[in-house]
Design a protein around this ligand. Sequence first.
Ligand code: AMP
Length: 280
Amino acid sequence: MEIISCPKAMQRFALESKRQGNKIGFVPTMGALHEGHLSLVKLASTHSECVAASIFVNPKQFNDPKDLEKYPRCLEADAEMLGECGVQVLFAPEPKDMYGASFQTTVNISRIAAPLEGAHRPGHFEGVATVVSLLFNIVQPDCAVFGEKDFQQLRVIETLVDDLKFPIQIIRGPTCREANGLAMSSRNARLSPEGREAAKVLNDSMLMAARDMGANRNLNLADLSRRVAQLISRAGLEVEYTEIVDEETLLPPAIDDARLRLLVAARIEGVRLIDNMRLG
Ligand code: AMP
C-alpha cells in the first residue's frame, strides 16, 4: 500500500490509476480504525478496482478544541489494517497540507445541516462539507462510501454531491455494532468497560422504539422520543437529543408515508456518542 501525504502527489496517483482503467472507491476516515471502517473498505472494493482511504483528523469540523485534542491517533496501526484489507493507497495529510496559509474557502449547506448535529455542533458540517469537497478533488474517486452511523453526515454529503454535481456515486454502509449493540466508534476507546456497558442503552432504546412503532404506526412521535430519552438518562447518560424525523429531510415528518428515523446523541464519561435507527 502506498502512503501519500501531499495532495498533488495523491492527485497524480489517482489520475494515473484512472488512466489505467481503474475505478477508484474512496473511504474517508479520521483514523483510530475499527471493524466499522473496515466494513466500508470491503464495500468500496466491491464497487472499484482501486480502493483509496484517507486518514485526516480535520480540525475544521471540531467545534470543541478539547475533543480535537483528545481524538485518538494511531496512524501506524491504522495503515497496517488498511494494507491488510487490500487498500491500494492511503492519503494521510497534515492540516498544513490541506489548509495552507492562503486557504479561505468554506462549503456551506443549509437546510439538511441545520437541525440535530448542526444545531448542537455549530460549524461542524461546514467543516465536514469543506474537507469532503477537498478530498473528492484530491482523490478523484468514482464512488465513495460513508457510514449510516453518522446518518446526518451521510445526508449532508449526498446533498453536497447532488447540488454541486460531483461525478461520484455515494454508497451507504450499514452500522457495525459491538456484541452488546453499541455502535462502533473511535470515541468508544475513551470509555471504561462500565461506560461501554451503560452506553448500550442507546441501541436498546432505539430497538424499543422500532418495536413499538412496528406494532402501532400511529404512535405519537413526540411521546415515543421522550420515552427513548428517559431510558437513556435512566442508564446514567446525559441526553443531548432524541428526535424522530423524516429521513429524507431530517425535519419533523410532513407527510403520512414519510420514512422515519430516530437519531440520538448523549454523553457518558465525557464522551459524546451518536446513533440512529430506521423506524418501521
Ligand atoms: P470517522 O473516522 O468517525 O470520521 O468515520 C469515517 C467513516 O466511517 C464515516 O463514513 C462513518 O460514518 C463511518 N463509520 C463510523 N463508525 C461506523 C460504524 N460503527 N459502522 C459503519 N461505519 C462507521
